[in-house]
Design a protein around this ligand. Structure first.
Ligand SMILES: Cc1cc2nc3c(=O)[nH]c(=O)nc-3n(C[C@H](O)[C@H](O)[C@H](O)COP(=O)(O)O)c2cc1C
Length: 202
């Protein structure tokens, strides 16, 4: 089965990446997962979570944390340039970067494939495969906006983590689910956990 690549970078709201992994695995999908070096720092400083870097230990960590034993999960180190997902010959359904830091965004936009996430994003663009980017920063400066425009022109789909209000979210989990399901809508994967708009008063 073709995998879906999830990349979590060093931006706020890694809960979005976490929920993405959980919903995909619960839906029996195959997930290739990479965290950037910055993501480990943010996990520690924002959430006081120490995520194991070693791939097998990390896969066990996520399964335990997310309480899910279905699907297939493979983790990679951020600097593993010989990983299968660094090559266009490895088939995937697409890649989702959530949340995407402005650092990773800028390096992808300039073709500067320093870590595995940037290389894998570069591969998705060159192979014309779906690349979904969920940028997390506010406000955006002109450089961020230019980078987003450049990547949209190169074929990436830019899906910022912006909630909808018509669903009347009651909890943070409602907001997270809406954002995550809409990300995977862009990839053509229906994870179907949200109230969709059906018109007024229905
Ligand atoms: C707690 C914390 C939150 C951060 N939030 C963001 C953010 O929302 N967006 C962003 O672009 N950078 C954010 N940063 C800065 C990035 O982590 C930093 O630029 C890092 O070098 C990005 O590396 P990466 O792109 O390889 O993940 C944050 C840093 C910390 C410590």
């Amino acid at each position: 089965m073709k995998s879906i690549v999830i990349a979590i970078t060093g931006a706020s709201a890694m809960q979005l990446g976490e929920r993405s992994i959980q919903l995909l695995l619960e839906n029996d999908k195959t997930v290739d997962l990479v965290l950037s070096k910055g993501a480990y720092n943010v996990a520690k400083s924002e959430r006081n979570i120490n995520i194991p870097v070693e791939p097998v230990a990390q896969a066990a960590f996520w399964r335990n944390k997310l309480n899910v034993d279905s699907g297939k999960l493979k983790c990679y180190r951020w600097n593993d340039h010989s990983a299968s997902i660094a090559s266009g010959s490895h088939q995937t359904k697409g890649m989702v970067i959530v949340p995407c830091s402005m650092g990773t965004l800028g390096r992808i936009a300039s073709g500067f494939s320093l870590d595995l996430i940037e290389r894998c994003a570069d591969v998705h663009l060159k192979e014309s495969r779906p690349l979904i980017i969920s940028p997390r920063e506010s406000p955006f400066n002109l450089i961020h906006l230019e980078n987003l425009k450049r990547l949209a022109n190169a074929g990436a789909c830019i899906v910022p983590p912006i909630p909808a209000w018509y669903t009347n979210p009651k909890t943070i989990e409602d907001i997270i689910d809406f954002i995550v399901v809409r990300l995977f809508d862009s990839l053509g994967e229906d994870l179907d956990k949200i109230n969709r708009w059906v018109g007024p008063n229905k």
